[in-house]
Write a protein that binds this ligand. Structure first.
Ligand SMILES: Nc1ncnc2c1ncn2[C@@H]1O[C@H](COP(=O)(O)OP(=O)(O)OP(=O)(O)O)[C@@H](O)[C@H]1O
Length: 314
């Protein structure tokens, strides 16, 4: 655990203060202990989502554990969880916002482990929404740091035991987490058994390789984007010179920057077909419209434009 922290600090943040995001679970408790041993100064941030009875007691207990481990300060951040999507997504948004608002200029270390990474990659594979979803989580995505991505979950449990700290186990599993828990306890062990081990590591390694490749393609696409977008529209002939992987990345950035939401691979490919497989087809509807109007991409006079179209006309 300490080696993992040392390596991360050396690479990303060799001096000064760090914050740890502490849930009270084994991963972030062990992370806190290792951070205290390795970093100059550690402040623990505990988010109380107030979604369960007694959550304030759990948060306070985690803060006390952090103080006993030697952090400089331990703060409980109370948040209001609201929003339209799933409760879990709303809780996550509120959590990240609170952590970001309380970290000052320090990075925030999260307790994601190699096993979390493997589960994320498997879930991404099953969703099938392309390389981006199986790139997994980054070791440093400023201000979020994940020093434990190379550490197995069993190691964080063992560290807590060694230090005689009792982690808190969340008894409430939401549906999303339930899928993850089944992956963790059923699917991954079965894969490990059938494939004779090393599956979690292999998934994590694959994520790293894909991320490295993806970053290069993103950078290339970023340069192309600057050339092909004129007055908010895409010049078809210029973008047609690029390979498919670059074209779709350019289109994705352009669409997200133009108000598109929750773009699917199918939609992106349909938009790409307006360039690569042009047969005079009509506009492509994409997510991000309103109840009255839908967002549509059309090809007109050698350019792609994105705009609203009244749903009643459809
Ligand atoms: N209530 C909390 N307060 C502070 N930090 C938390 C809290 N819950 C989770 N974290 C941080 O996030 C890490 C990951 O936790 P968990 O796996 O439960 O979150 P997740 O929602 O699956 O992750 P992500 O938000 O990145 O998708 C924890 O190890 C911890 O560092």
């Amino acid at each position: 655990m300490r080696l993992a922290l040392r390596g991360w600090l050396r690479r990303y943040h060799s001096h000064g203060r760090v914050c740890v995001a502490l849930s009270g679970g084994a991963d972030s408790l062990a992370l806190t202990a290792a951070a205290v041993a390795e970093a100059e100064s550690v402040d623990a941030l505990i988010v109380d989502h107030r979604l369960q009875e007694g959550s304030d007691v759990v948060a306070r207990a985690a803060a006390d554990q952090a103080l006993a481990l030697g952090v400089r300060s331990a703060r409980v951040l109370t948040v209001d969880v609201h929003g339209n999507g799933s409760l879990e997504a709303a809780a996550r948004d509120a959590r990240y916002e609170a952590l970001d608002g309380s970290r000052g200029d320090a990075p925030v270390l999260l307790g994601h482990t190699l096993d979390d990474q493997a589960e994320t990659v498997l879930l991404g594979l099953a969703r099938g929404s392309g390389g981006r979803s199986i790139q997994g989580m980054q070791a440093f995505d400023d201000p979020w740091g994940r020093p434990l991505l190379g550490v197995r979950r069993g190691v964080t449990r063992a560290a807590c035991e060694d230090l005689s700290i009792t982690p808190w186990e969340d008894p409430h599993n939401t549906d999303d987490e339930f899928t993850r828990v089944r992956l963790r306890h059923e699917a991954l062990p079965l894969l490990e058994e059938i494939l004779a081990g090393g599956v979690a590591e292999a998934l994590a390694r694959t994520a790293t390789q894909l991320r490295e490749d993806g970053q290069v393609l993103d950078a290339l696409a970023g340069a192309v984007l600057l050339r092909v977008v004129v007055d908010g529209e895409v010049e078809v002939d210029t973008l047609a010179e690029s390979a498919g992987a670059i074209r779709r990345r350019v289109l994705r950035s352009w669409l997200l920057g133009s108000g598109a939401k929750a773009l699917t691979d199918k939609q992106l490919r349909a938009v790409d077909a307006l360039i690569a497989d042009w047969r005079g087809q009509g506009g492509v509807a994409i997510g991000g419209g309103t109840p009255e109007s839908r967002l549509v991409v059309v090809r007109r006079r050698g350019r792609l434009t994105v705009g609203f179209e009244d749903r009643r006309r459809v």
